[in-house]
Design a protein around this ligand. Sequence first.
Ligand SMILES: [Zn+2]
Length: 426
Amino acid sequence: MKRTIIQNCKVFDGRNPVVHRKSVVIENERIVSVDDAAAITATVGDRNDRVVDGEGRTLIPGMVQAHWHGSYEGLDFEPPPVGLEKPPGYLMLIAAKNARLALSRGFTSVIGAATGDALDAQLRQAIDDGVVEGPRIMPCGRWLITTGDSNDLPEFWWWGITAMGSQRICDGADEFRKGVRQEIKEGAEIIKLFSDSGHALLYGADFVAMNDDELYAAVGAAHDRGKKVRAHVTAKANILKCIAAGVDILDHVDGVDADCIDAMLSSGTQVCPSLYLTKAILDTIAAADREHGTETINEPFFVTMRRDYDHMCGILSIANDAGVCLMVGDDWGTVMTPHGDYAAEMRLYVDECGIDPLDVMRWATHNGARGLSMADELGSVEPGRLADLVLVDGDPTSDISVLADPSRIVGVMVNGRPHAGVFTAP
Ligand SMILES: [Zn+2]
């Protein structure tokens, strides 16, 4: 069996500071050894081995994009109903393009955060079958929302559109159970709910999107069949409710406080703060104001957004230091957040929230593997783990900005299969 030997590299193992001068051996889909460079030299020259000179670069676990809408492309402030921008076949081509883009940027896994027409599950099948290249996908389906939720097209009610695009309307516990089971039938492994509004949505954190019966029914139906649940949630009371109900991943959590952090630690709930979209919106509005002499940024919607953003920037390091399982992933695919700029979110946490880049890399790797429920298989560089590996020119655990330069992602491997760069050399 042909092995791949990556010599003379630094290694970030997903948790600890980098170690120098290592050689990593991959056989089939798994890492079989991580040794001092000198210990592995005996194998060099074996004609059955592919030997890659790491040239002192840093080998990291494949990163996980934990909030993924692959079919989003160029969404604007007033998009058409999400998931209906184009026909499903066209949206699938966009999803395939963005999946390959994520892979090239070092993200070897993504966790779906909602898509229409079972695009995630179909794309995963096509990737597994070798039809197209892409990361491993934990598929999500349509988001489940109640009638009149801010995602229920309030500005287009006379169109009479329901259960279309990226949304499925459910009212009452039974409809949520049925909705969850239908999404699972169509391939979802994680179910997306909206506990409230806020975080760039229309109605704000006070809006009650689901009642307790609906929340518990949805989570129970998903867990009964071994699937995870994620929820868009911003208000403190709803964060606590979602944790109590057993939601696995919380998105955004703008109203998080010490009580929420305690609850997250007790329950092991995972969190995608996803602050980059709100920063991008605020920056865009401020720039437009400067250009046109307007003061849109002072409207209540944006004042609230700024307040929430500043609050999150302040409390995120407290949540991180306390040990909350934070992950990277954001709403990529708007005009302000184009797919491919994934490192911008990670830089934000370092530059604006004061998080150590080593910790942000832990979020992207070790914690991401927990989000996938694959912490025993992924998110680390050690013998026995699946070989999802990325070779980076530079050390992102000390300078995270190196990830923003695509030319510095010099090799990507998924499940031991080389996908790009130096790993594809004969
Ligand atoms: Zn989203």
